[in-house]
Write a protein that binds this ligand. Structure first.
Ligand code: PLP
Length: 391
């Protein structure tokens, strides 16, 4: 079978990389010809701890969990997982909603904000991405409205730069006391690893509290160590009211999302936000997530230590490379954005890397690298050498 042709015939997708994956292991992916690729993409922040985690594989292999749990029944591992999340996430975040992935987690967060505040407006960052549903597209890039008419009204967008000066603009957007939530990624991976100023994040937190707007931090992509702390929120020493999680929560072994809120919010919306997610926290996903989170908890210091060390290595190497244009480097932990200033240049470079055995991705005019958090120096070096040879 010609998979490329059949894919085009039977699956709807605007774009597909020319890479047919058959196996993944550690920091590498293998194609159908047995060719090895260094993975600086990790499925876009899914396989944060590399591919082939023994702990997760064993948990799934030895699972004696029931095939399925009806969402209105009790299930002890749901409680165990929710407790683990409450323990790992910052501050007062405690009560979880079950979800199948990131879009559903964000959708739930928006509903929570509307129910809790009895308001209907949202503020988000222009050109950001929070998922595929109509509501999540509404808080995403304003360009979406050209294709999809009648997205949710009353979604206001804040344009970067996200520095101290932007606080006044946030104040103007929130002071009418009619905004249910302000939502953003604490470090915006979807905008080429845009790192907001700490003063901006702290000012934002204060304004949300002042005007009764919930602060939703979307850690679907940044969560579980990517930026050098377990959650990117922690860099700013603030606490959100709601946090959304998915992707690396299971390390890639099964689909899952979670929306975690403070006890005060959870208790207040318990009756009104009744999310029925048929496959939310499926028993196999829960087995994978519990094994993954226990692994993270046990090895947090070592893992984050490696992120710090490798982050420095990537920063040093990248700053020494001779790009053909002036580039901006946005690096936080192992979330790495190389601003090339032109989206065609970024795509061309990404394609060339693929052809030469390195997986990277692009966000607009930035080349983005999201290597595994436990990558060793030899593999990092090999990948960076490929990148350098492609410039
Ligand atoms: C920040 C953020 N939020 C939400 C989503 C949507 O997650 P999912 O694809 O699991 O629905 C994504 C996906 O890339 C994301 O990056």
């Amino acid at each position: 079978m010609n998979v490329k042709r059949a894919d085009r015939e039977y699956l709807v997708s605007d774009s597909r990389e020319d890479l047919q994956v058959v196996r993944s292991e550690g920091s590498c992916i293998f194609d159908e010809r047995g060719r090895r690729y260094i993975d600086f993409l990790t499925g876009w922040n899914v396989g944060n701890f590399g591919w082939g985690s023994e702990e997760i594989r064993e948990a799934i292999r030895n699972s004696e969990s029931p095939e399925y749990i009806y969402p209105r029944y009790l299930y002890a591992p749901w409680v165990e997982l929710a407790r683990l999340l409450a323990d790992l996430t910052p501050g007062k975040l405690k009560m979880s909603f079950r979800a199948t992935g990131g879009t559903e987690a964000v959708e739930t967060a928006l509903q929570v904000a509307m129910a809790y505040t009895k308001r209907g407006k949202f503020v988000s960052i222009e050109d950001s991405y929070h998922g595929n549903s109509i509501a999540t597209l509404s808080i995403g890039s304003s360009d979406n409205k050209d294709t999809f008419k009648n997205l949710l009204p009353n979604c206001r967008k804040l344009k970067p730069p996200l520095d101290e000066k932007a606080i006044d603009r946030v104040d103007k957007l929130l002071k009418g006391r009619d905004v249910a939530a302000l939502i953003m990624e604490p470090v915006i991976l979807n905008l080429g690893v845009m790192i907001p100023d700490k003063a901006f994040m702290q000012g934002l937190r204060e304004l949300c509290t002042k005007y009764g707007t919930l602060l939703i931090l979307d850690e679907v992509a940044t969560g579980f160590g990517r930026t050098g702390k377990l959650f990117a929120t922690e860099h700013f020493e603030i606490e959100p009211d709601v946090m959304t999680l998915a992707k690396a929560i299971t390390g890639g072994y099964a689909g899952m999302g979670a929306t975690i809120v403070t006890e005060e919010i959870g208790e207040a919306v318990r009756e009104d936000v009744s999310i029925y997610s048929t496959y939310g926290w499926h028993p196999l996903s829960v087995d994978a997530a519990i094994a993954n989170l226990k692994f993270i908890k046990k090895n947090e210091k070592r893992l984050l230590g490696n992120v710090a060390k490798m982050s420095e290595y990537f920063a040093t190497r990248l700053s020494q490379m001779e790009f053909k244009q002036k580039v901006t480097l946005n690096i936080m932990g192992l979330a790495i954005g190389i601003g090339l200033g032109d989206s065609d240049d970024a795509s061309r470079l990404s394609d060339k890397c693929l052809k030469n055995g390195l997986l990277v991705t692009t966000e607009g005019s930035s080349l983005t690298l999201f290597p595994p958090l436990n990558i060793d120096k030899a593999t990092a070096k090999e990948g960076l050498n490929i990148l350098e040879s492609c410039l």
